[in-house]
Design a protein. Sequence first.
Length: 137
Amino acid sequence: MHEMMDMKKISLAAALLFFLACNSDGGYKPAADAQEAAQEFVRASLDGNYDKASYYLYHDSAQVNEMLLNKWRTDYGGWSQEDKVGHKNANIIVITTETLADSSLNYVFSNSYRKDTTTIHVIKANGNWLVDLKDIH
């Protein structure tokens, strides 16, 4: 009887590990709205978490967004440790948001480490709010 309980525990643990390994979204949840998608993307980028940033990225057919994000990832890899920590500790400063249509938003922001103002475009594609870097300013 004791062996049967141990086998059930082992089977349950194996099934749980299999489920977690097959979870391809990294455990991230879809954004509830355009502003949340922008915030999640920007925070992930500041933290150097490009897997998470990619989750909130619009994957266009020409793969332009992926190329741009990969360039950001490469640039981040060349930063000093001081710059990486500075970005990770930075606060997002939302300057303005501009709703362009029911399914798109311009999100203008800066951060407390670097004061550069950036605008990203967020769109609703296939029912999900995602960042489209092709229109970055």
